[in-house]
Structures are given as C-alpha cells and as structure tokens.
Design a protein around this ligand. Structure first.
Ligand code: HAM
Length: 423
C-alpha cells in the first residue's frame, strides 16, 4: 500500500489523458481568439473578503466550500473558488475602464471548492472562464453564450441546449423574493431543514432544492419572469429574440437561479449527459452590480465558465476521439559502448534539428530495443551496430513498413528532416 494518495476530490492528469486536455485547451484558445477575447491570468489565491463580497455570504461556495487559510503573516487568503471576482479585481486594479469597452477576457486554471466528490464533481477542477466587462447590450449576452456554444460544436458535441432565465435586478428582484417567501411560508410543512434555512438566508436558492417532497411546491412557485421591471423584461426579450434569430436551441427554465449571488438579468447553463445528472457543463450570466460591490464604479458585465473535466467526460461519453500524442521520429538504438557515444551525439543533433527523438538506455539486445521503438510509436529505429559504425553509417528501420536502409551518419538528420516533411 502506498503511503499517500491524492487528496479526496483531486486527481492526477496522467499522460494518457493529455491528448484530451491539449485538444480542449487548444480549441478553447482558438474560439476565444475568434471572438476577440484576450487572455488574463490572475493569482490562484486572493484575499478571502473578495470572494465573500463577490460571490456572496449565504451561498454554498462562501459558507461551506472555500479553502480559506491565514498565511504566516496573518493575511486571510482563499484558493479561488471561481475566476470572476478575481478578474473584476484585476479590471479595477489595472484601470481597464480606460480601455475600449467591453473589455473581453478569458482565463484557464484550477479552481478549488470543498464539494462532496462524485462523478464530474471535484474539489480541484479546471475552468475555461470568459468575461465581457463594461457593456449592457443584450447582443453581448448572446455573444458570450455563443463562445460556449461554438466551443462545444468545435469539440464535436453540438446539439446541446441552453437553459436560460432572468434573475432581474435590485429594482425588481426584492418584490419577487417577497412574493416567493410569502408563498413558501404557506408550505413550510414540505420543506426540509436545509430548505427552511435557505428560506431565511437565500430564498432564491429554494428554487434549486432537490428535496423530492418539495418539488410540486417549487413547480407551482411564483415565476420571476412575472415580476421583472420593464428594463429587465425588455433585456430578456431581446436576448431570446437574438437566440431565436441565430437558431440557438434554448429553453426558459424558471427555476434557474445559479449558485452565486452576483447575477443580474440573464443567467444560463448548459447540461450534457455523462457527467452526473445534476451537473452543468457550463454556467454563467450577467453581473451588473458586481464591480460596484467590489468598490468600483457602476459597470455591467457578463461571462461564463465551463469545467474542463466535465467537457472531457462528455467527449468520452460520446466516444469523441482526439488527435494522439505526437510520435517520435526516431528511436536511436545503439549496440555496445561505442554505439552509445555515437547515439548520444546523434539524438542530440536530431533534437537540435527539431525532430522528436528517443534514446535507448541500458544495455539491451537489438530485439528488445526494437520492441521499445515500436511501443514508443517511433517512425524509425536507428540501429548503431558494430558493422554500421565501422562504415560510418546507421541502419534506419522504418517501423511500420519493416524496411531498412543504411545512411551515412552525417546524413541522418537531413534524411529524417526530408522524410518527415514528406509525411
Ligand atoms: P459555476 O456554475 O459555479 O460558475 O461553474 C462553472 C462550471 O464549472 C460548471 O458549469 C462546471 O462545468 C464547472 N464546475 C463547477 N463546479 C465543479 C466541480 N466541483 N467539479 C468539476 N467542475 C465543476 C462560475 O464559476 C462562475 N464564476 C461563472 C461565471 C463567469 N459567471 C460569470 N462569469
């Protein structure tokens, strides 16, 4: 038994999974560039109060899931449980208001939440996160959603449907929450302890309750779309009209409220099979009050994040193949000590010329080395035996074709360069 295992809810990304990670991140970078989003990297930890203010007290993330600690200097810090608050902090700190708006930014990186681990739900996971800051236009909502949509299309699992809703704004939401609380108070008998607590702290989240007995009551609860002010109602209508015009599949989900407090107006999620029934592959929305809550001037914004592990699970579930790891051009197989010295020089020259090359270590038989070359997927095995070396040559064996030819040692690099150009 090994002494240590990866902490619960974390996982190692092994070389065999690397092709998926590389493919997904490459596609995401490409889609971001296509839509004019620029890369921003923020620290993995921030001041704890940034998330308490940004994500909101009373949310599961802040109340139960943050990895918070005091460092040796007494600073209260938290491993980021999401990107958005940190990106807004950076927007303010670097005076990005003076840039042309909207400022369109995207990020990649690990996120930390102490959730109950299960299929598709981890304590450390990666997000591709997109934010567009400084613009109210509902066309931007649709652009941001399109980034996610296009990424899934490019990765080969299009045909997903967005669930959308409006969460109103500080003008209309309080009236809705009042109506919601009054409604639930009439049905306290079917609510569990958790839901009763939510009723006090965060009544909107009751719509999200999974307690079976509460489902009929929730289904009949007042709908926020009946309480929206004119501004929010018009915004929502325009978002839907643009989605219709672009033929983007979506469904209005009156129960969609999201687990973070900063949302206003548009919210959306995308669900996919194979990642746990209750898990979204993507979630986002508008946060027109967030920058102000963090001490900045009133500035609207909208964004989303999608979990890379959940994307990869979805791809595997659907049997979507990805390009494999690049294979080495050459596997250099020396026989004997003289051969080893020549091999070391040759493998160095090959790599210097940009050709991926492997060297056989130890002192194995030719047969064993050819087996290793085969396993490594090398195009050529370069055999440096006594006979070849005596003539200043190497034997180049094409592994797939089983053919072999001798090439002068000083010509091997050029030969393989030309050969790989022809592939
Ligand atoms: P979120 O819905 O909390 O939103 O997370 C976004 C995505 O991260 C989810 O849809 C899912 O794919 C992935 N995810 C979340 N939790 C886990 C987990 N425990 N394990 C694996 N994957 C997970 C946000 O984080 C917002 N900051 C998104 C946003 C950006 N809103 C506006 N801008």
């Amino acid at each position: 038994m090994p002494l240590y295992r990866a902490p619960r809810g974390t996982q190692d990304i092994l070389p065999e999974d690397r092709p998926y990670w590389r493919h997904v991140t490459e596609r995401a970078h490409a889609v971001a560039a296509l839509y004019g989003y620029e890369f921003i990297d923020t620290p993995i930890f921030e001041e704890t109060s940034l998330f308490v203010r940004g994500v909101g007290e009373g949310t599961d993330i802040v109340d139960k899931e943050m990895y918070s600690f005091q460092d040796k200097g007494g600073d209260d810090l938290t491993l980021r449980p999401e990107f958005t608050a940190g990106v807004m902090r950076a927007y303010l700190e670097h005076g990005m208001r003076t840039r042309p708006q909207p400022v369109k930014l995207y990020s990649f990186g690990p996120i930390f939440r102490r959730e109950k681990p299960q299929a598709g739900r981890y304590r450390q996971f990666w997000q591709f996160n997109v934010e567009a800051i400084g613009e109210m236009d509902p066309a931007l909502d649709v652009e941001v959603m399109s980034v996610a949509w296009q990424l899934y299309e490019d990765l080969g699992f299009g045909g997903l449907s967005f669930q959308i809703n409006s969460t109103g704004d500080p003008r209309c939401r309080p009236r809705y929450i009042e109506a919601l609380v009054a409604y639930y108070r009439q049905h306290l008998d079917v609510l569990g302890d958790d839901d009763r607590r939510r009723l006090e702290r965060n009544p909107l989240r009751l719509l999200d309750s999974k307690v079976p007995a509460a489902q009929p009551v929730i289904a009949a609860a007042p709908k926020i779309t009946d309480y929206l002010c004119d501004d929010c109602a018009q915004h929502f209508a325009r978002v839907r009209r643009y989605l219709d015009e672009l033929d983007r599949p979506y469904a209005v989900n009156h129960r969609l409220v999201r687990g973070l407090d900063y949302y206003t107006k548009t919210v959306f999620e995308v669900y996919a099979e194979g990642i746990g029934a209750q898990n979204a592959v993507c979630g986002g929305g508008r946060y027109d009050g967030l920058i102000e809550a963090l001490g900045g001037p009133p500035t609207p914004g909208i964004g989303f994040a999608t979990g890379i592990e959940r994307i990869i699970l979805t791809m595997k579930e659907r049997g979507i193949a990805v390009p494999g790891q690049p294979r080495p051009t050459a596997f250099v197989a020396p026989l004997g000590e003289d051969g080893k010295t020549v091999a070391l020089k040759l493998v160095t020259d090959l790599r210097a010329a940009g050709l991926p090359a492997l060297l056989a270590f130890g002192d194995r038989s030719l047969k064993a080395q050819l087996r290793a070359a085969d396993r490594a997927g090398a195009t050529y095995a370069i055999i440096l035996g006594e006979d070849e070396l005596a003539q200043g040559q190497a034997a180049l064996r094409h592994m797939a074709q089983g053919t072999q030819q001798n090439v002068l040692l000083q010509d091997v690099v050029t030969f393989l360069k030309n050969d790989s150009r022809e592939q």
